[in-house]
Design a protein around this ligand. Structure first.
Ligand SMILES: [Cu+2]
Length: 144
């Protein structure tokens, strides 16, 4: 009897993971694990790239909207170069390291010096207040 339960539990786990995988394939644009939050399109953790580098930004579970008003379920992208995600409700700084896409842009081109870098996407609300770690994504890249 116990064997059957194990078998059922195992097969439903397999079914769930294959469903998640199918959802991932369906998304197409998602080059990283398919979870809630922002992701880099056509750029993966560990990639070696050349500068200038084109960065395309995607978002799951929320919609892109230009900065200004606070509209539930929306926000805009921020690209943080060699920094970390911004804790929830903190305003994302605006400097050379923190680039805002307040017009709702989803792609940009950046110049990076050769070597190792981290790129962090941080999604934040219309007042640039961070949605926190769950709405961020960090990858490590090497620039030739
Ligand atoms: Cu912003």
């Amino acid at each position: 009897m116990k064997k059957w339960f194990t078998l059922i539990a195992l097969s439903s786990a397999l079914l769930l993971s294959s469903m998640a995988h199918a959802a991932c394939k369906y998304e197409g644009a998602c080059s990283q694990s398919c979870t809630f939050g922002p992701h880099f399109i056509s750029l993966n953790d560990g990639d070696t790239v050349t500068s200038p580098l084109q960065v395309k930004m995607g978002i799951k579970g929320m919609k892109v909207h230009k900065a200004g008003d606070i509209i539930e379920g929306t926000g805009h992208h921020h690209l943080i170069i060699d920094g970390a995600y911004v804790p929830e409700n903190e305003v994302v700084a605006a400097d050379d390291q923190h680039i805002h896409f307040g017009k709702g842009q989803t792609e940009t081109t950046i110049k990076l010096k050769p070597g190792k870098h981290t790129l962090t996407l941080q999604f934040a609300d219309g007042h640039h207040q961070s949605y926190g770690k769950v709405m961020s994504r960090t990858i490590h890249i090497t620039v030739k």
